[in-house]
Design a protein around this ligand. Structure first.
Ligand SMILES: [Zn+2]
Length: 792
């Protein structure tokens, strides 16, 4: 879904100045906080179902449910009645003696809901409606699922128990591996007023013309997921944590007022029976159209609004290999469509939009084209879009289902609209259509992990928005947009790896922070080529399967040869922020006359000494006949490893190392002039926020030229709080900017700049290295005598 959180900005006003670094300064941590250690036991142990590489294992399995449903929409009573046949396939190695199903509509009941209350506070103002609603929890409000009948295929009653939003059906005999069972449920529920009661499905009433627009979602009893990693996923539905669902095929018929237009998950199977001949002709025309064609026109929709048919029509739809099925019905709908061909799999897709006249000027122009752009772009970054249709419905919200989603974006009464509404609409359509990939196809457990669908989807949404319009005002994705969240006090933050129900700042935590993290990986840490391949590998491996977080983390490492455990650990499992600081810059120029001589013993070598304790390894090694024989003349070199490496020959390590320093010689006169221009800058950094990141520096020289250098995050691996780096420049440096592109989400940029060049504070000594003197010694990775001399 799309998430709005206005209170987030309000909270920022209440807590304006948060000084993260105090935490570090007041409670000094040990130097090594394990930021670079493997995730290890934080991740589940790989097994035959889930491989250590992050791919599905050789024994991977998942269960499946096929549905046949007849639905009857009673517009007068605003009641939906259904008769459902489920065939459940047990592909697990386990015996099942009961099944769990989800009754999501019980969320709307005052007596059957999950009862996950939140703190509540005295309001500043209240309406009489608010005060009335406080009486509701005392009595049954009439919403929630009414179960009429639960039977086996032959009509014999099956025992069942309802626990709030979950229902257990006890099986007459154990369902073994490879077996399937068919059973039936008849039910009905009163459709809630979605605009007043909230929730993801219901009706919206349009007082001006007296019509409803129905979004029928979570509307039938749905199978829970039984998996290798948690057995039954039957955490209660509270309205927050979304869904965990199994794949299957659907055959659904909807009996609705004859003047309604219906759209749903899947392909329509009887349009010739439900559309008039003109509409049917336009439907056929749209299937080869490159521009959206109105299948039901504005004029037809306006006319339909004016009366209510007493006749009925039955619409039929089928969908294959989907994890859910949703639909919409109203006489208010205008319907347009065009074809889109996905190049990667040559799939011919019908992109279609349905909307009331209140959204006409926006949806007619943009919606279907945005769908096309979205499935094309996601196909490029993840897997080719596999389904026959992709639809966007205007329903004043933002919520996703396979092949169909509900979005917002209405014009003013005169048909005009602001840029803000337009961009909001484009953003929500990209987002909700994008959910076809995460989680509808790459079918993660939303009830447990919101980030696995919202975060990954928001990331690709950002890429898609960028490709739509390079100036698109994306709210989530760029690193700097997460800074306000990352600076919040710790008592308002949870790790991304937090159960959906327990998150405070839901939008930033489940959407923005993971999306931003992936963007930082792509742009700053891995680079696009490595990242894109790894991300695509994850998508391909887990399409039409049930991935877990470890499968994602492992695959990203596996496909890129980047050990990103430090990043997963910091960004996904922690709440630290990035705040790198330039603490000090020490400037030095060469003193060429002072020490033209090689300095001896730059490297100190500990002389081999006899160990006073004879440990078991030493004893066994001595007894090992395959190891070189020890003689008295080597008495001063009794250490096994020393002898083993060197044989019987005594080696003077000090001499050996000293011979290496012959590589460094006096600076020849002819190079003096060039070297005299070199200035060295030792930059001391500290990690005030706790989260490690690459150090990106932009140097500006006095002649106006610029140079950028990046040290990988691993620079922090031996000291997670303080590092230094020395640069040698022949040009005079004017200033240093840390993270000039604001790509690391650094929460305090006031300590990211150094802009004064003080008089040289010391002189340093210069030697020449035979391999060639480097003006960028610290970056070269070679042993640098100037560094060695300067650091004691
Ligand atoms: Zn979403």
């Amino acid at each position: 879904m799309i998430h709005f959180k206005f209170s987030f900005y309000f909270l920022l006003l209440l807590f304006p100045a948060v000084v993260f670094s105090q935490d570090v300064q007041n409670n000094p941590k040990s130097n090594h906080g394990n930021k670079f250690e493997q995730l290890g036991t934080i991740l589940p142990t790989p097994n035959i179902y889930r491989a250590a590489s992050g791919a599905p294992g050789q024994g991977y399995w998942q269960n499946r449910a096929d549905y046949e449903i007849s639905a009857y929409l009673d517009e007068d009573k605003r009641n939906l009645k259904g008769s459902e046949t489920i065939t459940y396939h047990n592909n697990s190695p386990d015996n099942l003696d009961y099944l769990w199903l989800q009754l999501d509509e019980n969320e709307q009941s005052t007596t059957k809901n999950a009862g996950f209350d939140d703190s509540s506070f005295l309001p500043r103002t209240a309406t009489s409606d608010d005060l009335k609603s406080t009486e509701l929890p005392m009595k049954n409000n009439g919403y929630g699922v009414n179960l009429e009948k639960v039977t086996d295929a032959s009509g014999k009653a099956l025992p069942f128990v309802v626990n709030k939003t979950m229902m257990r059906i006890d099986l007459p005999k154990v369902l073994k591996k490879g077996e399937k069972i068919t059973f039936k449920i008849d039910w009905n529920y009163n459709i809630p007023d979605r605009m007043k009661m909230g929730g993801r499905g219901g009706y919206e009433f349009f007082p001006e013309d007296g019509n409803d627009l129905y979004t029928l979602t979570q509307w039938y009893p749905r199978m829970c997921v039984y998996s290798d990693f948690r057995g039954w996923q039957h955490n209660q539905f509270t309205g927050r944590g979304e869904f965990a669902l199994v794949f299957g095929d659907f055959k659904v018929s909807m009996n609705v007022p004859a003047d309604h237009i219906v759209a749903s998950t899947g392909a329509g199977k009887n349009f010739e029976q439900v559309l008039n001949s003109a509409q049917l002709a336009r439907w056929k025309q749209a299937q080869t159209a490159d521009e959206p064609i109105e299948i039901v026109t504005l004029e037809e929709a306006k006319k339909a609004e004016k009366s209510k048919s007493k006749e009925r029509k039955i619409w039929k739809f089928e969908a294959e290999n989907v994890r859910d099925f949703a639909w919409t019905s109203s006489r208010k709908f205008i319907w347009d469509g065009m074809k889109v061909i996905i190049p990667e799999n040559n799939n011919h897709v019908m992109a279609m939009s349905l909307y009331p006249k209140e959204a006409y000027n926006l949806y007619r122009k943009f919606s279907t084209k945005v769908i096309a752009h979205t499935i094309l772009t996601y196909s490029e970054f993840t897997i080719p879009y596999p389904y026959p249709v992709a639809q966007s419905i205007e329903a004043a919200n933002g919520m996703e289902y396979p092949m169909i989603c509900f979005n917002f974006g209405r014009t003013e009464k005169d048909g005009t609209y602001s840029e803000g509404i337009k961009n909001g609409m484009i953003g929500v359509i990209i987002h909700e259509v994008g959910h076809n990939f995460f989680p509808m196809i790459i079918n993660s457990d939303e009830r447990q992990w919101s980030w696995m669908d919202e975060g990954l989807n928001t990331f690709v949404e950002y890429l898609t928005e960028e490709k739509w319009d390079n100036k698109f005002p994306s709210r989530r994705g760029p690193a700097h947009t997460i800074v306000d969240y990352m600076k919040l006090p710790k008592n308002q933050l949870e790790p991304i790896m937090t159960n959906s129900e327990n998150i405070n700042q839901f939008g930033p935590n489940a959407y923005s922070k993971p999306a931003t993290g992936l963007n930082i990986l792509r742009e700053t840490i891995m680079g696009r080529e490595l990242f894109d391949k790894a991300f695509k590998t994850y998508s391909r491996r887990w399409a039409f399967k049930h991935p877990e977080p470890a499968d994602f983390f492992r695959t990203m490492n596996d496909a890129s040869a980047e050990n990103l455990d430090w990043f997963w650990r910091g960004w996904f499992y922690g709440t630290d922020a990035v705040d790198l600081s330039i603490d000090k810059v020490t400037v030095a120029t060469p003193n060429l006359e002072a020490v033209p001589k090689i300095r001896e013993n730059i490297y100190t070598v500990d002389a081999p000494s006899q160990n006073s304790f004879e440990d078991i390894s030493k004893i066994r090694n001595r007894e090992d006949k395959t190891i070189a024989f020890y003689t008295d003349k080597d008495k001063d070199l009794q250490d096994f490893y020393w002898r083993y490496n060197r044989g019987q020959e005594k080696v003077d390590r000090t001499k050996e190392y000293n011979s290496k320093s012959e590589n460094f010689e006096k600076v020849p006169q002819k190079e003096k002039a060039a070297l005299e221009k070199i200035t060295a800058y030792q930059i001391d950094f500290s990690n005030k926020g706790g989260l490690v990141m690459p150090i990106i520096l932009e140097f500006t020289f006095e002649d106006g030229s610029k140079l950028t250098d990046k040290s990988s995050a691993q620079i922090w691996r031996k000291d997670e709080q303080k590092v230094s780096k020395t640069y040698y420049f022949a040009k005079k440096l004017k200033s240093i900017q840390l993270d000039p592109m604001r790509e690391t989400a650094d929460i305090d940029t006031s300590n990211n700049f150094w802009g004064e060049i003080p008089a040289p504070s010391s002189k340093f000594e210069v030697f020449k290295q035979k391999q060639g003197a480097s003006t960028r010694g610290a970056a070269s990775g070679k042993v640098n005598p100037m560094q060695a001399a300067g650091k004691k």
